[in-house]
Design a protein around this ligand. Sequence first.
Ligand SMILES: Nc1ncnc2c1ncn2[C@@H]1O[C@H](COP(=O)(O)OP(=O)(O)OP(=O)(O)O)[C@@H](O)[C@H]1O
Length: 276
Amino acid sequence: MTVIFQEQEVSPPGSCVDAPTKLQIRDLRVTFSSRGKNFVAVNGIDLEVRDGEFIAIVGPSGSGKSTFLMALDGLTPSSGGEIAVDGKVVTGPGRDRAVVFQDSCLLPWRNVLDNVSFGLEMAGMPKGERYEIARELIGLAGLTQFETFHPKQLSGGMQQRVNIARALAADPQVLLLDEPFSGLDAQTREIMQGELLKIWDERKKTAIFVTHQIDEAVFLADRVIAFSARPARIAGEWSIPFPRPRHLSIKQSPEHRALEDSIWQVVRQEGALAAA
Ligand SMILES: Nc1ncnc2c1ncn2[C@@H]1O[C@H](COP(=O)(O)OP(=O)(O)OP(=O)(O)O)[C@@H](O)[C@H]1O
């Protein structure tokens, strides 16, 4: 396993190195059945995530990244090991975790305000209260002028901002993001990376972000984890030293590029194993 810890005398601003553990994953295994045969998708992952930490997960296609995320959410049952949020063992989906998917999951007949407040409505929160929470998040997402718009009237980037606001509305302890920007063009994607960090800096949620883009992982995360070829195990781990708030221009720095290269080498190696 490749482990690179950047030594620093002073913690970067916004760092969570001293924060308590938020999410604990011990020996997590996920097994699927396909055509009468069992196969292991996730094989014994151990991971401790601190409160407010931003983790990015990269790895070859089919390595088990989404499966891992869905197991954390409780949508996919694990076949071994344990997941705990604040020490409480996860047995299924719960309000302490929220997922943002690649595709917009907005309800087309509801406007932005009613989409963002949907979960709160389902939880029985009175209208005035849920609208107040939703409006604050819509503002944070820079969409105040669009709260009466319906999803089809919004660009892909705006729809994903609504999705993120909706996920945050229930005030989850852990935000799980499964390639949320992969459907966007390169320019919008970069803008969204900056927007996500702005929202995250404000709310400081513990975040697990799955992506194929290594530059995106390095730019966003406190820690990048590379998964091996299937079955997923941790093949490498990198601590990202850049202080926050981060500006997109850091992507051009030699330090950023060196981290990208180091991560890419591991992912490429694992991808070759997957193809072999
Ligand atoms: N519900 C399921 N039933 C059976 N097999 C599944 C199921 N979900 C995922 N798989 C298989 O598990 C493996 C891991 O899939 P997963 O989608 O987690 O990988 P991934 O790393 O997220 O891939 P990508 O980067 O291409 O999105 C794949 O072989 C996939 O076909």
